[in-house]
Each structure stands twice: as C-alpha cells, then as structure tokens.
Design a protein around this ligand. Sequence first.
Ligand SMILES: [Zn+2]
Length: 666
Amino acid sequence: MSTALPAGTSDHDALPPPRGSADSTPPRARPAVVPESSLDDPKRIGRILVEDGLLTEEQLSKALRIQSRLEASKPLAALIIELGWVSRPRLETALRRHRRELSVEGILLEKGAITAEQLTAAQETIKAQPGVTPGRHLVELGALSERAYLEAYCEKHDLPFVDADPSIVDPQLLKKVSLRYLARHLALPLSIQDGKLNVLVDDLGKADVVSEMQRLYGCPVSVCIGEARRIRETIEALGTDAESGKRSATRVQYHRLSETGEQGQAAAEIVDHIIARALRDGASDIHVEPMQSKVRVRFRVDGGLVHVTDYPVSYAPSLISRIKVLAQADIAEHRVHQDGRICVNSRGEDIDLRASFYVTVYGENAVLRILRKAKALVGLEEMGLAPATLKVLNDEVLEPTTGIVLVTGPTGSGKTTTLYAAVERLNDESKKIITCEDPVEYVIDGITQCSVASRPGITFVDSLRAIVRQDPDIILIGEIRDHESADMAIQSALTGHKVLSTFHTEDSVGALVRLLEMEIEPFLAASTVTGVLAQRLVRRQCPQCRAEYSPTAAEIKALSLSRDEMAGFSLTKGRGCPHCFYTGYRGRTGVFELLVMHDVLRDAILQKRPAHELRRLAFETPGFVCLQEDGIAKAIRGETTLSEVAENCPRSKTVRPLGRLLELYE
Ligand SMILES: [Zn+2]
C-alpha cells in the first residue's frame, strides 16, 4: 500500500494533477492526463481474458466481430457475459486483478458507465484544458455521476471510497484545525490509527493540503476519497454540532446494552450508523468486508449487492470487534468462524440481526442478515398484477371451491409472498384453512399453520395425510417437490378440497409438463389444476431519478420487439441517485403469467401433446399474457425497464401488439 505519504516528502509526482479549478491560484502547467490509448483499447479486456485462459482466441475474435455489428455500443465484457462464455463473477475477478493497469476512464468504459463515443468526445474537448481528465469533464457535463467517477478512481488507485458522515470523524482532531480551513480545501481529518492520520479528500491532487495536515498532526497521512458534496455537508454538520455542543450521531437502540469503552466509541458510532442506515434503506443484509487496502461495506437491497462506503483499512479490527460485542461473539477469537445475534429496536419495531463472522485472509468478514419479525403480508392488489389479470385470478382461479392452484417460478421469484396473499384473500370464518409449510414464513391469524421443518420425525407426507383428517376446506402445501406430494395434492383436490402450492418451474406451461413428468396421470392433472401463476421479480425504476431514454438496439432485439412499434412510446429509466444507490432502481414488483385451464388445453394434456404445443395453445387461451409480455407492458408504463425484463423473464420469440398488452392495465 502506498497511500501513506511520509512526512516531509513532497509526493507531488506520484499524484495525478489537480483538476482545473476556479481557485485564485492559476492551475499549474501540467500535461493533460490522456488515458493511454492502448490501455483503453476495447480489445484489452478480451486480451486479459485470453491471457487468463478464460476465453479462447477464436471466441475473442468472434465477440469482437459481433460487437462491431451491434447498432448501439456495448462493453465487450457485457457481451461476453451475454454470450455465456465467461460468468460474471469470474470476469469480475479477472477485471479487478487488471483494473489497476487501466486508466480511470478505461475502468468506467468496462463498467459501461460511459460509452466509447462519450470518451472520445471528452478527450477532444479537453485538449485545450490542461489538468482536466476526460472523466472529470464528463462529470462536469452531467454525463457521469461524481460517485461513479470516484469509485472508478478509487479502484484505479486502490483507495477507500468513503461516504462522508459525522460518525466517522474523531472530534478530538478538530481541535487542531478550523472548520473554515477544511471547508475551503474540502479535506477532513478522520482519525489517527496505527500512527497514521486518515484524511478524506475529493481528489488526490491536493498535495499542499496533505502536507499541511502532516505538519499539523505530526504523522504521515493516509488518504481516502469521497464526494465533494458529502464532505462539504459533513463539515457543515460538524459545525452545527460544535455550536449546539452535542453530537448528532445516529444511535440505535439495542436490547442488550453493551458497554463501549472510550476507545471503542468511534467504532460504536460507525456501526450504529451502518445498522441504522441499512434499516432505513430496507436492506436485507449488511456485509462488512476487510480487504487489502480498505474495509468495504455493502448492503443487499432488492436482491442485489450495492456498495455503500469503504473505511480505511485500519478501521477493520475495531469495527469487527464492535459488531462481535453486539452479537455476543468471542472478540478474542479470530481464527474460527463464529455466529451471533443482535436485537435492535427501530422505530418501535423489534428487529433481529443474525451475525456471521467468517475468517478470511484479510481478517474477519461480518455479515448481518436482517430478520424482521413482523414480516408484512402483502395484499394481492399490491403485487403488481395487471388489473385484468387480477380479475381473472380472483374469479376463475381462486373463487372455485376445489382444484389446484400453483404459483411457480425459481427461488427468489416471490412466489411464497403471492401464495400467502392468495390465502389471505380466501381467509374467512366460514372456511377451515390448514397449511403444511417448510418453514412457516408468515403467520396469518385465523388459519392453522404447521411448520414441517421444526418437527423432527414428522415428514411432509405424514403431515399431508393428517391434514385431510382435519376437515379442511383449503389446504396450503408449501411446495410440491416430488411425486408423493404431487399425488397428495391431486387426491385432496379430487376429494373436493382447494389446494394451493408453489412449484419450481420456469413458466406456467412448465408446471403442467413437470406434473406429467412426476408420473401424474394426464387425466388427473387436466381435471384438477385450475390455474398456474408463473412469476418473477423485477426491479422498479427509481422514482427520484427516472428520465426519458431511448432503448438500445440490443434491448429491442433481446425482447423481439420492433423499433417502429417502440417509437410510439416514450420510455424512462433511472439515471442513478443517492436514493437508489446509483443503480436507477428502488424496490421490486412482480411480473406475471396466468394460465387458466381451458378445454383446449385440457384436451391437449389428455392427448399428451408435446410441451411446445401446450405453450402455443396457452397463447390462444383468452387473456393469456406471457412473463415477457407482462414485463414489456410494465417497462412501457415506467414501472421497470426493458433490460430488467430481458434479464429476468424467459424469452419469448413472438410478442403480440403492444397496444393489446397495455389494455390489461386499463
Ligand atoms: Zn435514483
């Protein structure tokens, strides 16, 4: 690590030049940093993959040929993933290893944050502006967020990217320097650890400030990078704190209050801040990961990991210790994996955090899974079903008192949530509802729930046999997973019960095919299944940053759309903002495909027609809309995006007229 600047030495030459600023001092004459063209060569990532043995020469030249034919530019890395030649994690590992060789702009290109055209234009424009980098120029133009730029900058220079906040500043340090000085230079001393002063700046080209800090505090400086705006806001907040005489730190209410020593105070505040923020942002997991040159904090939000902030690497031991104290894990033990639990109260809600500590080469990783005790039950109306689809589901699938209703999709597609919403809809005093689940995920008042997982010695099938003798009207089976549970479901339906269950298949027709593969007689499947609801979760557009955009040729092609038809609609997409962690998405919604058993389909099953024919017939049943079509309609309505649909829904070669699809939502 070379981020520590030894006191007294000017490290000017090692630092990139400052950007052109409106300061009173004229910018030093320095050559413009034009990214080394060979490094930003789009072919480079391909070469790296070939060198690493992940790609063959033939694959590389084929990928480059395809790339050159694409109408809209696409990063080579993205294309290679799409072609399925290298998986995303392997590609990212290879990239990380080689990123330090790339320029900041090269990293941004590979991440797809900027296009080659934007970069070329920026390089052209800044020729007359010494000291301005193309990346900075694109930030000034608003074509790139400062955060995206700085994150790439930190990757290049292997520095922590710190999301500034008062909790990370040691107040003792502020006694030596005026806030006005800090505000003028946008520099913030954070802490002294391991004999080094951690200083947060927005740009490495601040050698003067850095040497001033070294002189003031009498120790070498370790630099980290943050957004100018956040640094400014933090300095202002610290000023307000100083005036009011108290610290406006975020405090979290723990059920088991643990003592914090003088020394652990800073770490305690930072951990409080991380937990409070994760709860506020609706994260499901918190990852605190010590790495070679920083501690990275990421949240899982809406199913995906988002980078929240880094801390200087010297923070790792105290942060992990603090989390271990809270989780009642052994803080003296660093060599074995550990578990623990933290109970917090946030806005009147009791929340459990399940902690796990995993020993890595850089120290212990902490992951906190956030378990909300009162998991909110979502109503059918709020799931994102098109009004027309919801009506058919209610009237033709849920209303009949017998038959099997299947909710299907892969793991994490939200099918359990939908199943409970359906049960909640059917739940009234005149009906006996019994469940057999593995495990019980939501507790619903008025129904009899049994968790198979927590009852050793009782099998799924035992429970199903017992349920029938409990005189139920409606039976909920957590999941049909084998011939036996499928058979029980069918027998129950044949004896006049209504059965609801989930099934693990790609789409609605897949569920019928799967039942037949489980050696269920076609006439039994055809006469008992009343409807299959297939679903996926897609991310919602962020309401705070959505803006108009034109779909790319690749998106249009991937979804079998026609450019002419799409021209009739104006699409939107999130540009990325603090509210959505710069992803452009916030929250998720369902995409649905509801198959109602009609006579044509029943006959086809009885005649054991092949899967593709069942699928063709499904499209002919009234009101049937496939997952991809429902997704496209939602993208046009601004609820999600075409790329989310392409990524999450099974592809369908034909898409019916969009006007007709949108009628479902009227
Ligand atoms: Zn946003």
